[in-house]
Structures are given as C-alpha cells and as structure tokens.
Design a protein around this ligand. Structure first.
Ligand SMILES: Cc1ncc(COP(=O)(O)O)c(C=O)c1O
Length: 429
C-alpha cells in the first residue's frame, strides 16, 4: 500500500529532473504536434462545405440541436483518445506528476484568452450548473438579500438559488418575461424590463447571455452597468449558449461571474465547463468542494475546480477545441451562421402556417430560434421529424409551442429547405 501523502508524492515527483520531465512530455507533445498538423491541413471554404466530414454525425441524422448538446470534431476526438492512451501507459505519472501540470496551465491560458479573462479568473468545471451551484453555496448572501432573475433563466441557473434560499436566509424573486414578444423586442426593452424589477434589497442579478428557448442575445454589458448603478452588488451571467457561438470578451462585460458549458458551442467533450470569477470576489466566494492542500490555489479561480483527482486527458482537449474553433475563424463563422439564420427566417416567413418566434435580426438573436407550426403540437412535429426523417431538434411546449432549432457550422441551406418542405407536406396541407 502506498502510504505517502499527496504532498509527499508531489515532492518526490518534483525531484524528477528536467531531462526526465521532457521524456514524460514527449508522447503528449507528439499528439499535440499531430493534431496541429492535421488542423493546419484542414481546408475550410467560406461556406464550410469541407466541414461536413469533420464531424461524426450519423449519415441519417440532420442535427439542429447544438443548443442542447454539441458534437466534437473528429480531430478532437482523436486527440482525446491519444491523451488517454498516453495517460494509461503510466497513470500515476500523468495524473499525479508535474509532467502535465504545465499542459493544463497552457490549456487554461488558451481558454482564458479565447473568452477574454485572466488565467487566475478561470476555473475549468464540468458545466454551467456547477458554476451556479458554487455561487448559491459560497457567496455571503443572507437575510435581507434578494436574488433576482426572470422566467428566461434556465433551470441550471435557477434551481440552486431555490435550494439554498431557506438555509441561507436570502430571498429569490423570479419575474415573468414576455417571451411572446421575442420577435419584436429590442434590447432597450430588455434592459428596461430588468431594471424596473430591481429593488433596494436586490443584491444579485442573474441573467442569461443568450437564452435557450428563443435565442435572445441579451445586452449584458449595458444591463450589468445599469443594474450596478441601481445598487445591485453582483451580476452573474449564464453563458451556456454564448461561448463559442458568439464572440465574448468576459472581462469587458463588467460582470462578476460567468458560467458556461463548453460541450455545446465549443464542441468539447461532454461534461466540461468554465467558470469566471472576478479576481476581487475570490476572497468572498467559498469553494463548494474542500480537499487537501487547497490553500495553494488561494488567489486563483483554480480553487473552484479542485476536488481531488480530475480527468486530465479530457481537460487537455479543451485547448484543441479552442484551436479548432479559431481555425473556423470568428468572422467567417458569424457570417455563415448569419446566412443560415436569415434563410431559415425567410423560409418560415414565406410559408403559411409557420410562425417565427425569435428575434428577427441577427444582432438581437443568433442561430438558436423558435418556430411554431400553427395547429400542431410541437412535440408531435419533432417526434415525426426525428422518427421519419432523422431531424434532431427540441420541442418546447406550453404557450411557446415551438420547435427550437439550433444550427451550426456543418449545417446547410439544403438541410433547412428540406426541413421546411417536410414539415409543410406533413403538417400544413
Ligand atoms: C441557458 C442554459 N443554461 C444552463 C444550462 C445547463 O447546462 P449544463 O447542464 O451543461 O450545466 C443549459 C443547458 O441546456 C442552458 O441552455
């Protein structure tokens, strides 16, 4: 039995000389170099046609559900397998040793640059829900404090507050947001609707950057600034649907916390996320997990991701995901998604019986949008389209009664046209 403490094991490993460390890193560097070569060799045209084979979506699947869960590029899948293989040649060395520490740091630096924050402000978590649970658990909120959010909050950014409110003594208030006005609402109205809800006791405001039902793009920077002017102390943003999909510079938004899941639009492995915690607030936000030696991460958001053994091979792939997204190019990606958005909207507009329920402008929306098939239950349409034609999208019931489409770089105009035609033939005769 190994009776050495984790500290002793680490101390032993740090005695490995630089020559030995280089040997430990060589297999990893080989995988990374291979990935880089393959990525460089990938040619990408401005309509992303060459991308169709870059993913392993099933032949009979037309995937319009990236807002639920993304799909990893083949190149990243391969890199992940290779990291795992290297790790398994000596798990103790790679999981506990310093050999991969700097690689994880490099991954964090790449991701921090991608989302626009400092390295020490970024934790690599599992998902958005985890970030919000850390907040509800670890912020000094108590009696007399209110947490405010609207009905547009996803459960992942809501339930944690409800769960902790009684125990900690703070109150929550969830106000009705008129989702039915989505196609005509402008950002001025969004800001006004939030601001009119703020009261002297409102200490925390939680907002989505992009919501998951109609795909509004919230004017986060302006809203955060105005909320703070009215006395709100903390602004926390749910970025599950924004990072990767639109350019985001978290550090420039003037918000305090930003949680996201990279397994949607950054196309990472499932179960990876990011949590930004503004530097000044790290002293007051307690981590949700406690483990040995955590004090070494004092002064860094790493403290929020430290709960013992992590899946290092998987964490490493985040850097590859970001490189893949960078290869697509922010502007080229936006231009292409804008084209898909406009085409879908125009086809819906010209089709009697279909109703566009999302922002009409790209600037207020994104490639997530809701479409009602008048006279039909949304789940009936989505079930039919999946079972008969392999289309994957989500149905929202209730008053929205809409198909939530979320299209991405490998989707095509032809897929959209076929989708509209099939729905028309089956449900709008
Ligand atoms: C807006 C939004 N927030 C939070 C979540 C929760 O994400 P996760 O389960 O990755 O934490 C989702 C998931 O779809 C979402 O759409």
């Amino acid at each position: 039995m190994n009776t050495a403490s984790p500290f002793q094991r680490r101390a032993f490993l740090t005695t490995i000389g630089t020559g030995a460390a280089a040997v430990c890193l060589a297999p990893l560097h080989e995988v990374q170099a291979h990935f880089t070569r393959r990525l460089e060799a990938l040619t990408i045209d401005d309509r992303f046609v060459s991308l169709r084979n870059a993913y392993s979506l099933g032949e009979n699947v037309t995937y319009f559900n990236h807002a639920s869960i993304g799909t990893m590029p083949r190149l990243v899948q391969e890199a992940r397998m290779k990291y795992l293989e290297v790790c398994e040649t000596n798990p103790w060395l790679y999981m506990w040793g310093p050999a991969w520490d700097e690689q994880i740091d490099r991954t964090r630096a790449t991701v921090a640059e991608y989302i626009g924050c400092e390295v020490d402000e970024l934790a690599i978590t599992h998902n958005t829900t985890e970030g919000f649970n850390t907040l509800a658990h670890g912020l000094p909120l108590g009696k007399g404090d209110e947490v405010l959010y609207s009905t547009m909050n996803h459960v992942g950014a809501r339930v944690c507050w409800e769960h902790r409110a009684e125990e900690k003594g703070f109150t929550i208030r969830r106000f009705e947001f008129p989702i039915e006005r989505a196609s005509i609402m402008m950002s001025d109205e969004i800001v006004a609707r939030y601001l009119e809800q703020i009261r002297p006791e409102t200490r925390m405001l939680v907002i989505p950057h992009i919501d998951n039902m109609v795909g509004f793009r919230y004017p986060v920077k302006r809203l955060a600034a105005e909320a703070k002017r009215l006395g709100v102390e903390y602004v926390a943003v749910d970025g599950a649907q924004s990072i990767g999909l639109i350019p985001v510079n978290v550090g420039d938004l003037g918000v305090d916390f930003y949680a996201t899941s990279t397994h949607k639009w950054v196309q990472s492995l499932k179960g990876l996320g990011l949590f930004y915690v503004r530097k000044e607030l790290q002293e007051i936000l307690h981590p949700m997990w406690v483990t040995w030696g955590q004090s070494r991460y004092q002064g860094s958001a790493r403290i929020y991701e430290d709960y013992g053994t992590r899946n290092r091979p998987e964490m490493l792939t985040l850097e590859d995901c970001v490189q893949f997204q960078n290869k697509l190019g922010t502007e080229a990606k936006e231009a292409y998604l804008r084209t898909l958005h406009a085409h879908f909207r125009d086809r819906v507009d010209e089709t009697e019986g279909l109703l566009w329920k999302s922002p009409r402008n790209w600037e207020d929306g994104c490639s997530i949008f809701a479409i009602e098939v008048l006279g039909s239950k949304s789940s009936d349409v989505s079930d039919f389209m999946f079972e008969k034609h392999g289309y994957v999208f989500r149905a929202f019931g209730g008053e929205l009664n809409a198909l939530r489409m979320s299209v991405y770089v490998m989707n095509t105009i032809e897929e959209i046209d076929r989708c509209i035609d099939l729905v028309k033939n089956e449900f709008l005769r």
